[in-house]
Write a protein of this length. Structure first.
Length: 281
């Protein structure tokens, strides 16, 4: 087995430009040590992904407790779950196990852990303070943290493919806008708003505010906690951001653009596959 330094160089992420969370720079300095340990086990990359989902969900459940020490344990598990979230990709690159199924499992894990985190936080806050409104705020944050706008986009694309022979779902008759290649969000710098409200930054904010609540009694804040104000902010702004995303996708015909891009890439891929050996030299 390689040394930690050699392992880091061997399985470092692609240099293709993308704007990863700043948290990654710290976490990946830690994750490589756990990756080294995991590579001494028979666990596959997908097994590590499942493990990080279990660890993260367990951490979210511990946030339900009204006891701050239990909450801190929950936050620790959530943070460790994110470390494992980095490890699964590193294990996949080392063992050459990168796959579409792996990406699918990773996204499913996020769609489980993130809403659990918000709802667990709200339940814990309610048990501590008896402020009923935090339950509603936690529910709306959890619900609208789900990326159902993107999910609906690709469900629509899938429907157009699956029912292509049905005139009611004929793409050419449905689309009316000029089709252009969609923007790749992964390679565009996110706005400060997206950075503030995306995972894992939101988890880091929760970590800081929970610790702050331990050191600052509720009486000093007029009967409210830092977590209360967090839920108030996120419970309002996260739904608004998701609704704006839905409006943006609809108004810009992004579903049609994505469908067209997939078709275009498919045609180009087929052309490459049918090239003769001579043209590839």
């Amino acid at each position: 087995m390689e040394s930690i330094r050699e392992l880091r160089e061997k399985i470092s992420k692609s240099s293709v430009a993308h704007f990863a969370p700043a948290h990654d720079k710290v976490v990946r300095r830690i994750s490589i040590y756990f990756t080294w340990l995991l590579l001494h086990t028979p666990l596959s990359a997908n097994a590590v992904t499942i493990l990080q989902t279990i660890v993260g969900a367990a951490g979210a459940i511990l946030l339900i407790s009204p006891e701050y020490l239990t909450n801190l344990l929950g936050i620790f598990l959530l943070q460790f779950g994110y470390v494992l979230d980095c490890c699964d990709g590193e294990v996949a690159r080392y063992r050459k196990q990168a796959s579409v199924n792996g990406v699918f499992l990773d996204l499913i894990g996020h769609e489980i852990v993130i809403p659990f985190m918000y709802m667990g936080l709200a339940l814990g806050e309610y048990l501590r303070t008896a402020h009923f409104e935090v339950l509603l705020l936690g529910f709306t944050t959890a619900l609208f943290s789900l990326r159902f706008d993107i999910s609906a986009m690709f469900q629509t694309v899938n429907t157009l493919f699956m029912k292509a022979e049905n005139p009611s779902y004929n793409f050419d008759s449905l689309q009316k806008d000029t089709i252009t290649t969609t923007t790749h969000l992964a390679t565009s710098k996110p706005s400060w708003f997206r950075v503030l409200f995306r995972y894992p930054e939101s988890m880091n904010v929760i970590t800081i505010l929970l610790i702050a609540d331990i050191f600052f009694p509720v009486d000093l804040l007029g009967g409210y906690t830092f977590i209360y104000f967090f839920l108030l902010c996120y419970g309002i702004l996260v739904p608004l951001a998701r609704l704006y995303s839905i409006y943006s996708i609809f108004s810009k015909s992004d579903v049609a653009k994505r469908y067209s891009e997939i078709l275009k890439r498919s045609v180009l891929h087929q052309r490459d596959d049918h090239k003769s050996p001579d043209t590839n030299r």
